[in-house]
Design a protein around this ligand. Structure first.
Ligand code: G4P
Length: 519
């Protein structure tokens, strides 16, 4: 098969949802269709179960599972589908944001009874910022839930999406009788455990009069209220197709998959520091979006996940590690499948390759065939928790600092160094990470740490056009206690309250305070 055909048959996407909406169940059903697994239950959820905070082995075990399920590749009707797994637990949201830099589209799963939940809002916001095409799957139609039109309104209002239903339920919960598949103009009716696909006109002979009247009214309303589907509008992120179904009962999943392979984007061009790189260019480029530490503490190597952006990635071929200006070659690059990983000789744009790493890679690093370009755009967000980290064993300060640096490269948390006294502050999205860090420092690096509370509400990256201006000098003098550097030496303001942040913003109008490191 030629290079362009390989690119065009790839779809690399992520499934995102608030925990429990059905992401794992949907993933599993998609894999079943692809023949990648033989039975339900084969995909383990990588979510950190509630109450796991104090059970380190549980966290470690689950981290292990998430390596296995980081990328799930399978084929369906000649299309190579790469699903990038995203942790649902909010303490690992940063991981999910980073994974979103490597997808070409997403499917958002929403629970029909719960509607739009907190994590859904946050994740969709990130997708919108990046203009990632979104498909919405409303799940658990077999249960009593919200009215379908109300839900569509809620999605438009809370997620600020322009929805375009491509399927619509006939009844719900107890009355759930089937789904009108707008994309194919066919109706899938539920008859006991069987699914019968019929023409729209035949519906009336198969359901009660009440339901049929409702169905006819709904069709009218759908036509009146929602835009006609236009693939380009979806690819441009101007409209978002919506599907209804029940992942658990395998209802509506195949419709979703069939439509998905038709409309979802093929690997997309990506902006680099010097130019936009197209997937069909001859020369290989790619970037690291995830690093996973080895589960076995005796082997300190890690797995760096690379998204191939352009060209072919070949085994045993030297590539330029741009940040280190160093050529590296890889004898055993891994490709991932639903149930295994395998050494591959060649990977194409859209694919994810796992490289064994002994400490060369950081999240966001670029590899190329030789060109000096960098893929930017793996932002850090303000952490929600901040604590001083102290060395609890003075004999092991080297190990501690190495451990902290490597864990930060993996993206486990963010490190800030205070301007005033050089003390180190760890910022995390969730409290869980502090325990993970402490545990890993001890078990992987032989170092001990303790934490100390620090009253910080938010980290803001500081931007000022006139660094020598009076206002900036004054700001640095007055706010010295609250200033720090992030791992890339960027200036960060650690505000201790909403009030003080607002006051500071007001007082120094020529300085900009950003919520992410990428602005
Ligand atoms: P997540 O990955 O988004 O966190 O969700 P997951 O798939 O684990 O699903 C969360 C729960 O919702 C599971 O039940 C799952 O069986 C159920 N579920 C998923 N899809 C549907 C659906 O279409 N209809 C109904 N009725 N339930 C659905 P659980 O009891 O929490 O877990 P389990 O013991 O069944 O694994």
């Amino acid at each position: 098969m030629n290079f362009n055909k390989e690119i065009n048959r790839r779809r690399t996407f992520g499934i995102i949802s608030h925990p429990d909406a059905g992401k794992t169940t949907l993933t599993e059903k998609l894999l079943l269709y692809g023949g990648a697994i033989q039975e339900a239950g084969a995909v383990k959820s990588n979510k950190i179960k509630k109450g796991a905070t104090s059970d380190f082995m549980e966290i470690e075990r689950q981290r292990g599972i998430s390596v296995a399920t980081s990328v799930l590749a399978f084929e369906y009707e000649g299309i190579k589908i790469n699903i990038l797994d995203t942790p649902g637990h909010k303490d690992f949201a940063e991981d999910t944001y980073r994974t979103l830099t490597a997808v070409d589209s997403v499917i958002v799963v929403i629970d029909v009874a719960k509607g739009v939940e907190e994590q859904t809002e946050k994740l969709v916001e990130v997708c919108k910022m990046r203009r990632i095409p979104i498909i919405v799957f409303i799940n658990k139609l077999d249960r009593e839930g919200k009215d379908a039109f109300d839900l569509l309104d809620e999605i438009e209002l809370k997620l600020k999406l322009k929805v375009c239903p491509l399927s619509f339920p006939i009844g719900m919960g107890y009355d759930f009788s089937g789904i009108y598949n707008i994309f194919d103009d066919k109706v899938s009716l539920l008859k006991g455990n069987e699914i019968k696909v019929i023409d729209k006109n035949e519906v009336k002979n198969n359901i009660s009069e009440d339901l049929n009247n409702q169905f006819i009214d709904n069709l009218e309303l759908l036509e009146m209220v929602y835009p006609k589907f236009d693939k380009n509008e979806y690819l441009e992120s101007n409209i978002q197709p919506v599907f209804f179904g029940s992942a658990l009962n395998n209802f509506g999943v195949e419709d979703l998959l069939r439509c998905f392979i038709n409309i979802a984007p093929t690997p997309q061009p990506k902006e680099s520091s010097i130019r936009i790189v197209k997937p069909d260019e001859d020369k290989f480029t790619g970037f690291v979006f995830k690093i996973h530490a080895n589960m076995d503490p005796k082997h300190r190597d890690r797995l760096a996940f690379i998204k191939v952006v352009s060209g072919e990635f070949k085994r045993n071929t030297p590539y330029l590690h741009v940040r280190l200006s160093k050529k590296l070659k890889f004898s055993s690059p891994n490709a991932f499948f639903a149930d295994k990983k395998e050494i591959v000789d060649i990977s194409y744009p859209g694919d994810i390759v796992g490289l064994h790493d002994t400490g060369n890679f950081k999240i966001g690093d670029t590899l190329t065939s030789g060109e000096n370009l960098i893929y930017e755009g793996i932002p850090s967000f303000s952490p929600e928790h901040f604590r001083y980290i102290n060395n609890a064993d003075p004999m092991k300060s080297k190990q501690l600092s190495k451990g902290i640096n490597q864990l930060m490269d993996e993206g486990v948390a963010q490190l800030f160094t205070l301007d005033l006294n050089g003390r180190k502050v760890i910022g995390t999205v969730g409290a869980l990470q502090y325990e993970v860090i402490q545990y890993r420092l001890e078990h992987e690096y032989g170092a001990k740490c303790s934490y100390e509370n620090l009253n910080v509400f938010k980290a803001c990256w500081v931007e000022c056009d006139y660094k020598k201006g009076d206002e900036f000098v004054e700001f640095k003098r007055i706010k010295q206690r609250y200033l720090a550097k992030d791992k890339n030496d960027n200036l960060v303001f650690l505000a201790d309250s909403v009030f003080s942040l607002n006051m500071t913003i007001e007082k120094y109008p020529s300085i900009k305070f950003h919520n992410t490191s990428e602005f």
